[in-house]
Design a protein around this ligand. Structure first.
Ligand code: GLN
Length: 477
């Protein structure tokens, strides 16, 4: 049995049936990391001690014949924006280089309570700001399919690790596309749940009205299993919703025949790569072949999504990142004479260029005299974008689009042109702004073997519909 190419169910039952052990699974993954990750760069920190202790606990359960929990023995990786007790958590930033959280993120705690074995922490763009993982303060991540290309971002390490079989599952975070876009670039499944579906307690905040936690996996079914594990109200996060969590896995096999699937012309316009367009159109045909009814819908405010997102996200980031002041959370500049010099120098030394750019943009957008013209206006456009979706979801059960306008680009290709980088988020930011769930499912490859992603968007709290469609497509494809 190849221990590093298993899905959740295969891994869990192999441990349950004593065909292997959780320990052997963890070690096989560490061997693979040792072999592959030198060139890929997906991990920032390994948490071997914690992983082996958990694996041992699971193996003892299996030896006693106790039924294993849903993720029993499954090796996972956690994006380094989620706090892990006793395990360094950097958010990809120098300013948190030595930060060791005293508590666990709820999503991580729920994964471990369900039996997951945490191998380590995944590389990412600094404070999750980026689309290529090149903004990590440590090192970039390379796309396992083509090492000259980016894995996407900001959850680049999370996507690359699953694609390269260095973890069965990882958790990522999505503020403007950071789970779905790297999933599409690396050829894995990435699910962003509805805003409020998964607790953000312990997630290092980027933009609080947009941040989500979700899984990156090898199959849609695995995404359903992880969502079931991490979803649901958490008293530690007042923004987590008290909405019943369905059994996503049980609902996967409900028929998709008769489902109404929307296609919006605004997502097939200028800038869309030809091969991506063809692959997504072929996927739409496949859904039609499965008995879905394809319905044209209009999302007419889409052209305003990028400026709206980059005002709201930067404004919230400027507020959230004010807490890194050199007083708490590690990095403090040395040799300073005054308190204000200490603040300035610590932030100057601790933050990278993209983070500084965003703090400045956001602070400007919130400043007296500009607030109405920028931040307030962006909030109004956000409402219009949300209404577009409300309107569309009166007619359809889901909407399909490309996840990203292009396949993975080359390292360095866009890193000197922030605007070009921001424009690449065109198809993903809308779901974050509207708070609706979205999933990216692999839908073919370019001539150069680069993965292409199909994005499926759903109604608020209706992850079941997009998981079901994604699963049906995956089985048919
Ligand atoms: N690429 C987007 C940005 O740079 C989205 C990032 C994210 O979702 N965390 O802000």
């Amino acid at each position: 049995m190849d221990l590093t190419s298993l899905t959740i169910d295969a891994a869990r039952s192999a441990v349950q049936e004593r065909k292997t052990t959780a320990l052997a699974l963890a070690e096989a993954h560490y061997d693979r990391i040792q072999k592959e990750d030198g060139q890929i760069g997906a991990f920032l920190t390994l948490s071997k001690e914690r992983a082996l202790a958990q694996a041992d606990r699971i193996d003892r359960m299996a030896a006693e014949g106790k039924p294993l929990p849903p993720l029993g023995g499954v090796p996972v990786g956690i994006k380094d924006v989620m706090s892990t007790r006793g395990v360094r958590t950097t958010a990809g930033s120098k300013i948190l280089e030595k930060y060791i959280p005293p508590y666990d993120c709820t999503a991580v705690a729920r994964m471990e309570a369900a039996g997951a074995v945490m191998l380590g922490k995944m590389n990412c763009d600094e404070f999750a700001m980026g689309s290529s993982n090149e903004n990590s303060a440590y090192h970039p991540v390379r796309n396992p399919r083509d090492l000259s290309r980016v894995p996407g971002g900001s959850s680049g390490g999370s996507a690359a690790a699953v694609a390269a079989d260095m973890a069965v599952v990882t958790l990522g975070s999505d503020t403007g596309g950071s789970i779905r876009q790297p999933a599409s670039f690396c050829g894995v499944v990435g699910l962003m749940p509805t805003y409020g579906r998964v607790s953000r307690y312990g997630l290092i905040a980027f933009a609080s009205s947009l941040d989500h936690i979700g899984p990156l996996t090898k199959t849609v079914k695995d995404a359903a299993t992880v969502l079931r594990t991490i979803a649901g109200r958490d008293a530690m996060d007042s923004t987590s919703a008290d909405v019943p969590v369905p059994d996503y896995v049980a609902e996967l096999d409900k028929p998709v025949r008769g489902m109404k699937v929307g296609v919006a012309k605004e997502y097939f316009g200028e800038g869309l790569d030809d091969e991506v367009r063809q692959a997504v159109e072929a996927a739409i045909d496949k859904l039609r072949g499965l008995g879905c009814e394809i319905v044209p819908v209009s999302l007419s405010h889409t052209p305003y999504a990028i400026p709206t997102y980059y005002l709201i996200a930067t404004a919230e980031a400027s507020a959230n990142l004010a807490r890194y002041d050199g007083v708490r959370y590690t990095l403090r500049a040395r040799g300073v004479k005054t308190l204000s010099e200490m603040y300035r120098r610590s932030r100057d030394e601790g933050f990278g260029a993209e983070v500084k750019r965003r703090i400045m943009l956001g602070t400007y957008a919130l400043s007296a005299g500009y607030y109405d013209a920028y931040y307030l206006k962006a909030q109004k456009v956000r409402t219009l974008l949300t209404r577009d979706f409300d309107e569309a979801f009166r007619k359809v059960d889901a909407i399909v689009t490309p996840t990203s306008p292009t396949p993975a680009f080359r390292l360095g290709e866009k890193s000197n042109d922030p605007l070009a980088m921001y424009l690449a988020d065109i198809y993903t930011v809308t779901a974050d702004l509207a708070g609706i769930p979205g999933i990216s499912v692999p839908c073919g490859e370019t001539k150069d073997n680069l993965p292409i992603g199909l994005q499926i968007l759903g109604r608020h709290f209706d992850e079941s519909a997009i998981l079901r469609l994604g699963h049906a497509y995956e089985q048919a494809a």
